[in-house]
Design a binder for this molecule. Structure first.
Ligand code: NAP
Ligand code: ZN
Ligand code: ZN
Length: 351
C-alpha cells in the first residue's frame, strides 16, 4: 500500500523518553480525509499508555487523541470535507460499524473493540495506529468531526477527549437542575466536567487534593470547592450527592466518595488508574448506591458536544506548548500541575 512519511514524537519502550521519529501514513483511500495536524491536546491517557500502565502498549507508541487539523487531501467519495476545511479526530479512528453498539452510535463500546487513534490495530498498514503527536493523519471521514466556525482551535482540541469523556456520562445520567453533582480531580477531564455540570444547571461541588486550585475551581463554575484532605469538610458532604464523576488519574480512596452519595446516587469513574480501586461493599449496600464507569463517547455525541460547546462558548483552559516541551508537560501532569490542559502547537514539529 502506498504511504507518505510523517514526522512524529514516539516512545520506543515503557521507560524511554518521547523522541523525534518518522512514521508512515497511508495515501488517502476513497473515503479518507488527510489532515495536517495543527494542535493536539495532551491527555493523561497518553502517559498511562506510553508507560504501559494498562499493560497493552505496542511500541513504538505515538500518543495523542485530541486532534485538530487542516484538511490537505480527500478521497473521491468523501462528501463532508474538502481541502482547507478544519477537521477534528478524537480517541477512535474506526469501529466495526455493524454491531448493536455501533448501530446505536456507541462506537466506543463496539463489540469488536473500536480502533483507537493510537495503540489500536491499523487495519490498513498493520502494526499499531499512531496518534496526534505527529505532523499528519489519515482517517475515514465517518470518524472525523466538524469544528463549528469561530471556535478557538487550540482550546477546542481537548474537547475531543476530555470534553466528550465528561459530557457523555453527565448526559447519560441526566445531570441537570435540582441535582447536587460532584466532580473529583481538577485536571483536564475534571475542569471540563465542572464546566459541563454547571452548564447543565446542576449544583456543582469540586473535590480537589490541591488547595491552590480552589479559586480556579470557583472561576471554572463550581459552586463549592472541597479540599478532600479536609476530613471535616468531607464529613459535611456525607450522603448528599445525586451524582459524582471521578476523573482522578492515580490511586485514591474511592470509598470516601461513595459515602457522599445519597440513596440511589451514582458514582461514575472516568479516571483510569493502573491499579484496582478497592470498594468497601457496605458503602454500596447502605443506602442503595450505584458504582459505574464510562468511556469517551460515540461519534454523533462528540459532534453534539462540539456544537453544544460552540453554542455555550465553552472551550478548555489551556497552556500551549511546543512539542519540544512535551516531557516537561508530562512531568508537570504527574505532579498535578496542569492548568488545565496542555495543547501542543504542531507548528513546532518542523523537522
Ligand atoms: P490530569 O489532567 O493529569 O488530571 C488528573 C487529576 O487527578 C489531577 O489534576 C489531580 O486533581 C487528580 N489527582 C492526580 N493524582 C492524584 C492522587 N494521587 N490522588 C488524588 N487525586 C489525584 O488527567 P486527565 O487527562 O484529566 O485524565 C484523568 C484520568 O482519566 C486518567 O486516568 C485518564 O487516563 C483517564 N481518562 C479516561 C477516559 C475514559 O474514556 N474513561 C478518557 C480520557 C482520560 P487535583 O489536583 O484537583 O486533586
Ligand atoms: Zn484522552
Ligand atoms: Zn461495532
Amino acid at each position: 500500500m502506498p504511504t507518505s512519511q510523517a514526522r512524529a514524537y514516539a516512545v520506543q519502550n515503557a521507560s524511554s523518553p518521547l523522541a523525534r521519529s518518522d512514521i508512515h501514513r497511508r495515501e488517502p483511500g476513497s473515503l479518507d480525509v488527510e489532515m495536517e495536524i495543527l494542535f493536539c491536546g495532551v491527555c493523561h491517557s497518553d502517559i498511562h499508555q506510553a508507560r504501559n500502565e494498562w499493560h497493552n502498549t505496542v511500541y513504538p507508541c505515538v500518543p495523542g487523541h485530541e486532534i485538530i487539523g487542516r484538511v490537505t487531501r480527500v478521497g473521491p467519495q468523501v462528501t463532508r470535507f474538502k481541502t482547507g476545511d478544519v477537521g477534528a479526530v478524537g480517541c477512535m479512528v474506526d469501529s466495526c460499524r455493524t454491531c448493536p453498539s455501533c448501530q446505536a452510535g456507541l462506537e466506543q463500546y463496539c463489540h469488536s473493540f473500536p480502533i483507537f487513534t493510537y495503540n489500536g490495530q491499523d487495519k490498513h498498514l498493520g502494526g499499531p495506529t499512531f496518534g496526534g503527536y505527529s505532523s499528519s493523519i489519515v482517517v475515514d471521514e465517518a470518524f472525523v468531526l466538524r469544528v463549528p466556525a469561530g471556535m478557538d482551535l487550540a482550546a477546542t482540541a481537548p474537547l475531543l477527549c476530555a470534553g466528550i469523556t465528561t459530557y457523555s456520562p453527565l448526559r447519560h445520567w441526566k445531570v441537570g437542575p435540582g441535582q447536587k453533582v460532584g466532580i473529583v480531580g481538577l485536571g483536564g477531564l475534571g475542569h471540563m466536567g465542572v464546566k459541563f455540570a454547571r452548564a447543565f444547571g446542576a449544583h456543582v461541588v469540586l473535590f480537589t487534593t490541591s488547595p491552590g486550585k480552589i479559586a480556579d475551581g470557583l472561576r471554572l463554575g463550581a459552586h463549592e470547592v472541597v479540599v478532600s484532605k479536609d476530613a471535616a469538610a468531607m464529613a459535611k458532604q456525607q450522603s448528599s450527592f445525586d451524582f459524582i464523576l471521578d476523573a482522578v488519574s492515580a490511586q485514591h480512596d474511592i470509598n470516601a466518595y461513595l459515602s457522599l452519595l445519597k440513596l440511589d446516587g451514582t458514582l461514575t469513574l472516568v479516571g483510569a488508574p493502573e491499579q484496582p480501586l478497592p470498594v468497601a461493599v457496605f458503602n454500596l449496600l447502605l443506602p442503595r448506591r450505584n458504582f459505574a464507569g464510562s468511556a469517551i463517547g460515540g461519534i454523533a455525541e462528540t459532534q453534539e458536544m462540539l456544537d453544544f460547546c460552540a453554542a455555550h462558548k465553552i472551550t478548555s483552559d489551556i497552556e500551549l506548548i511546543p512539542i519540544q516541551k512535551i516531557q516537561e508537560a508530562w512531568d508537570r501532569m504527574l505532579k498535578q500541575d496542569v492548568r488545565y490542559r496542555f495543547v501542543i502547537d504542531m507548528a513546532s514539529l518542523k523537522n
